[in-house]
Write a protein that binds this ligand. Structure first.
Ligand code: ATP
Length: 239
């Protein structure tokens, strides 16, 4: 479905951040991109979604192909129209509005896509009890759930998730990941996930890539990576 082929990404004026990255995301799979802070995970997702443009970044080598068409250096609006929807790091939601108002506003923005507001509550049932609460009063976990829920209104074919576990307590991370797993299993959604929380990401992923300093240092099926000595030591905190 998505093929990233040997891309280099440069931020203005000449900061080389991705140094030849290749990944494959087959339809209906969950693929995890793992690695430490600053490795280039967000840049990779932004390159796919077209958002690097807004940061004055460019794909200067290689290509990105989605459903057989080239999309590198496309405009973000063009990419989202194709069904690639990016949930940015840090929960972008309207904090002054209630949960219900957030859903209405975003459903209106995507009205051309025939959004289904019930999907939000189907996959994040906790939000139903909070529907009339202003989002600024929600917990971090509930805000993350809403951020992902709002993305569903765009009817994604490929969902890009940037650090969904960031800043959340372990129990809440598990709740968020249970919903992501259900989206994959019940909606057949294809998911590309960037995470520092390798343990959680490898629980649901089919395949994983580890990026360090703009390069892929290791890749493989998730169950293999979970058993890899270096992954255990450096990413899963086991010796
Ligand atoms: P994080 O977990 O912090 O999001 P990451 O793996 O997602 O880390 P990126 O955010 O992609 O990493 O950053 C990769 C590198 O690119 C970092 O060294 C960062 O400083 C640099 N970088 C990111 N955005 C820009 C920009 N707009 N201009 C210049 N350099 C940037």
């Amino acid at each position: 479905m998505l093929e990233v082929n040997n891309i280099e990404v440069v931020y203005h004026p000449y900061i080389l951040v991705l140094k030849g990255i290749s990944i494959q995301v087959p339809e209906k799979s969950v693929v995890a991109v793992l690695g430490p802070n600053g490795a280039g995970k967000t840049t990779l997702l932004k390159a796919v979604s077209g958002l690097i443009k807004l940061d004055r970044g460019r794909v200067t080598k290689g290509y990105i192909s989605y459903m057989g068409e080239r999309i590198e250096n496309s405009d973000p609006e063009d990419v989202s129209r194709r069904g690639i929807v990016y949930v940015v790091e840090g929960r972008r939601v309207f904090k002054e509005l209630t949960v219900e108002e957030n859903i209405e506003a975003v459903a209106y923005a995507w009205r051309g896509k025939n959004p289904d507001p019930d999907l939000v509550y189907k996959y994040f049932p906790k939000l139903r009890a909070r529907r009339n609460t202003r989002v600024g009063y929600l917990s971090g976990g509930e805000q993350q759930m809403l951020a992902i829920g709002l993305a569903l209104l765009a009817r994604p074919r490929l969902l890009l998730l940037d650090e969904p576990s960031l800043g959340l307590a372990p129990k809440i991370v598990s709740e968020v990941y249970d919903s992501i797993r259900r989206l994959h299993e019940e909606e057949g959604m294809t998911i590309l996930l960037a995470e520092q929380n390798a343990r959680k990401a490898l629980e649901i992923a089919d395949h994983g890539y580890i990026i360090e300093n703009g390069k892929i240092v290791l890749e493989g099926p998730a169950e293999k990576l979970r058993e890899d000595k270096d992954v255990k030591e450096f990413y899963l905190g086991m010796r």
